[in-house]
Design a protein around this ligand. Structure first.
Ligand code: PRF
Length: 376
């Protein structure tokens, strides 16, 4: 994996860059649509490739390990072939899903024992096991096994957890060296900064992660319920320390405003279920604010779904029609909502990149944040 910094913004810490892997080039800043179980929910591959066209999507180790299971993915020749996606994929390690999804879990130094949210069966994730699973899935970027602390989190717990995440990182790196790739192409490994909302812990963790010498670095443990200002403060501390010449990935963030604010703080990569999940329940993001398309007020509004939108659904369907589809619970409504939101998120990060390169990112960002902060 290679990262080229193209432009640094003068008025903020925003950067435009390009990551290149064996599955192509990813222009940053980037938003990665979430494809948890080998599908970006509600989107055909042709629509994903042609209408949304992200350079990279995300998959989840936890889900793919439980279903279809690693054995099937190996037989398929890896996740790219299984789902017919030949651009980049990143897999999260399960270090978050285990805590947020499994029915119960026991966290120990050795790893995490958890009960499947699907059939109640017991499983054990260790840093070593998670590296092996991610080799079998075969994503282009794979993540360290970490513990994402909840919010709020008491200082002593956060400190102990952070140190364990650091020890787990060393085990991941050791084991990865001994575990060859399965499908002939390279897999880049990203470690994850933790430390909850404590400045000294964030600083210590960022230093540890920076020293691990990885090709890219991630920031975890944020957007877990803390106020946005606290998230931005933590991002700022961490991006001051993480090496400038390597991509920075802020995990599970966030709203369109969160994304622009964190780009301004030097983050290059984002993922979040928000555009897809909210798209399925009728919450649509636009340049001028957020719409609940199920609202009665759209009942006879025959104007385009999003007059400023760049995805074909934005001009092809009216608000009244999409509202109707949600009212009658038709799958097409959820599909249109998903395409609109993913199209909007991709537009937003591509536009951010253009403005970084043009040199007016900061003023554009300020304007966008103001106009998006509305409910329509
Ligand atoms: N760790 C991992 N994945 C994550 C997170 C984390 O802290 C978050 C936190 N927002 C989202 N996804 N491994």
């Amino acid at each position: 994996m290679q990262f080229n910094l193209v432009t640094k913004d003068a008025a903020s810490k925003a950067r435009a860059g390009a990551i290149t892997t064996d599955h192509g080039t990813i222009e940053t800043p980037i938003f990665m649509p979430v494809g948890t179980v080998a599908t970006v929910k509600g989107v055909h591959q042709r629509e994903l490739e042609q209408d949304i066209s992200p350079d990279i999507i995300l998959g989840n180790t936890y889900h793919l390990y439980l279903r279809p299971q690693t054995e099937i993915l190996e037989k398929a020749g890896g996740l790219h072939k299984f789902m017919n996606w030949d651009r980049n994929i990143l897999t999260d390690s399960g270090g978050y899903q285990v805590y947020s999804l499994s029915a119960n879990r026991k966290i120990k130094e050795e790893g995490v024992k958890f009960k499947s949210h699907i059939d109640g069966s017991f499983h054990m994730f260790t840093p070593e096991r998670v590296m092996e699973i991610q080799r079998s899935i075969g994503a282009d970027i794979i993540m360290a096994f970490d513990e994402c602390t909840p919010y709020p989190c008491d200082y002593n717990y956060a400190k102990r957890s952070m140190h364990m995440t650091h020890r787990w990182l060393d085990r991941c790196i050791n084991h990865l060296e001994k575990t060859p790739v399965k499908y002939g192409y390279d897999q880049a490994f990203f470690p994850i900064v933790q430390g909850s909302t404590y400045k000294d812990l964030r600083k210590q963790s960022a230093e540890y992660i920076a020293n691990s010498g990885a090709v890219g670095n991630a920031i975890g443990g944020l957007s877990v319920g803390e106020p946005a200002e606290e998230m931005y403060a933590m991002t700022e501390i961490v991006t001051e320390i993480l090496p400038e010449e390597k991509p920075r990935y802020l995990m599970g963030v966030g709203t369109p405003i969160n994304i622009l604010e964190n780009i301004a703080l030097g983050v290059d990569m984002f993922d979040c279920v928000m555009p897809t999940r909210n798209g399925r329940n009728g919450t649509l993001f636009t340049q001028h604010g957020t719409i609940n398309i199920k609202n009665k007020k759209w009942e006879d509004d025959f104007s385009p779904l999003d007059p400023d939108g760049t995805t074909w659904v934005d001009a092809a369907y009216s608000k009244a029609y999409v509202r109707h589809l949600f009212t009658v619970s038709e799958a097409l409504g959820r599909q249109i909502g998903t395409l609109h939101n993913l199209g909007f998120y991709m537009w937003l990060v591509r536009e951010a990149r253009k403005h970084i390169i043009a040199g007016d990112f900061y003023t554009w960002k300020e304007k966008m944040v103001k106009q998006m902060d509305k409910r329509l």
